[in-house]
Write a protein that binds this ligand. Structure first.
Ligand SMILES: Nc1ncnc2c1ncn2[C@@H]1O[C@H](COP(=O)(O)OP(=O)(O)O)[C@@H](O)[C@H]1O
Ligand SMILES: N[C@@H](CCC(=O)OP(=O)(O)O)C(=O)O
Length: 386
């Protein structure tokens, strides 16, 4: 890691980081719970106001800004006399219900001082995993921006359930950045950058630039968050950065108090370089925003056909099927030997239809069952490699 240009704080790189940041017209900023609330729970007015000033400055300067703000649950703790982040879902939902109102009220009052109107957008997993809802969420965000408002997004925690929730807002922020086709995603946390290991360990070094996944090899991001209110730790932030950069959106990760310098183009924090070629919105959605409803187990020949030769998946190469899905749903294609997912695709059959077809050739199936059975189980245009 240390030998790469620009790593661990040196400034040798040849990408126009400052221009990418200062030239970004549409910016998604995500701020974590730990950066907005006091240690005992409740909103830290000073921290919110600092952020508001940075966002106000950007929006007044003609940039389109979307804020993805965590902190609803944390902000609801003190008003409900809860000593710490509750473990049970019902109390989390109640805390979020109280805290979200307080949080948005504070943002609205602060941004009004900059002449800005805020629009609250609360999303559920379904709103980004179901394609029709996804378009709907896009239309709302686009309209708010067109009307000059500053959208403030959070997960709709009061209705999210344990099975269907993001839990942390990092991935949600990356998906929102892709949704609005942002030029930049800024992840603000309680740590000033990505480090090679736990920031508490003195031997850890700051990683200034991440050019590709290679730069992430060997670093330790698994240390749990030290904050009592943050949830995802560094794992979800790096995952979010990979999702956004994979869609062609550069990412800056830094601490909330450094938001001003970071957005002015100072090389603080960690800068993640964007991929040059962005996938189509449809394939991006398939890879990152769908919840797979089942798994198709592929024999070695099918793994090679799909992964190396980018072919469609036919019934002959499938050894087993799990899950209950309908034609049109997203499913994971897994290597039957290792169980590892190799691709995700939109399946052309219902789960109940498939067992009778497995291992059989499409001409045989068509001859026996009719021409409708000549279709691929997953067409190559509906497949993304994982
Ligand atoms: N390699 C690493 N570099 C930086 N931070 C790390 C690393 N590994 C673990 N962390 C932890 O991740 C925390 C940030 O995650 P979290 O508290 O969930 O933030 P937020 O509330 O902003 O979403 C940091 O405070 C730090 O303790
Ligand atoms: N939607 C939740 C976010 C949960 C959370 O703690 O997220 P984060 O601080 O981004 O790791 C809330 O507003 O409380």
């Amino acid at each position: 890691m240390g030998s790469r240009p620009g790593s661990a704080g040196t400034a040798e790189h040849n990408w126009p980081v400052r221009e990418l940041v200062t030239g970004a017209r549409r910016i998604v900023v995500k701020v974590g719970s730990s950066s907005l609330t006091t240690a005992s729970g409740g909103i830290d007015d000073q921290r919110v106001d600092n952020l508001v000033d940075v966002l106000g400055g950007l929006a007044s300067g003609g940039r389109e800004v979307v804020l993805v703000s965590s902190g609803a649950i944390a902000a609801g703790l003190a008003p409900l006399n809860l000593p710490r982040r509750p473990r049970d879902l019902a109390t989390q939902q109640a805390a979020a219900s109280v805290g979200q109102g307080l949080l948005i009220g504070r943002y609205a009052a602060g941004l009004a001082r900059h002449g800005l109107t805020v629009g609250q957008v609360l999303l559920t997993v379904d709103d980004v995993t179901r394609r029709t809802h996804y378009r709907n969420a896009y239309r709302t965000l686009r309209k708010l921006l067109d009307l000059g408002a500053l959208p403030i997004v959070n997960e709709n925690d009061t209705v999210a359930t344990e099975e269907i929730r993001f839990g942390d807002n990092d991935r949600l922020a990356a998906l929102v950045a892709a949704l609005v086709q942002a030029d930049l995603l800024v992840l603000l946390s309680d740590v000033d950058a990505l480090y090679t290991g736990s920031p508490a360990d003195p031997s850890s070094r700051r990683i200034a630039y991440v050019e590709s996944d290679e730069d992430l090899e060997g670093i330790n991001i698994a240390t749990p968050s030290k904050s009592k209110v943050g949830t995802g730790g560094m794992v979800t932030k790096v995952e979010a950065a990979r999702i956004a950069t994979g869609f062609g959106i550069p990412v800056v990760l830094t601490a909330a108090p450094l938001a001003g310098p970071a957005l002015a183009g100072d090389e603080v924090g960690t800068f993640f370089r964007a991929a040059e070629h962005r996938p189509t919105a449809r394939l991006f959605w398939l890879a990152h925003a769908t919840a797979p409803r089942g798994r198709l187990h592929l024999d070695p020949g099918a793994v090679t056909a799909v992964v190396a030769r980018r072919k469609s998946l036919l019934p002959a190469g499938i050894t087993a099927v799990d899950g209950s899905f309908a034609a049109g749903d997203a499913v994971d294609l897994v290597d039957a030997g290792s169980g590892a997912p190799v691709a995700r695709g939109l399946v052309n059959y219902d789960a109940v239809e498939l067992p009778a077809l497995l291992g059989r050739s499409t001409p045989d199936l068509a001859a026996e069952l009719g021409p409708g059975y000549e279709r691929e189980v997953v067409h190559r245009d509906d497949l993304v490699l994982l």
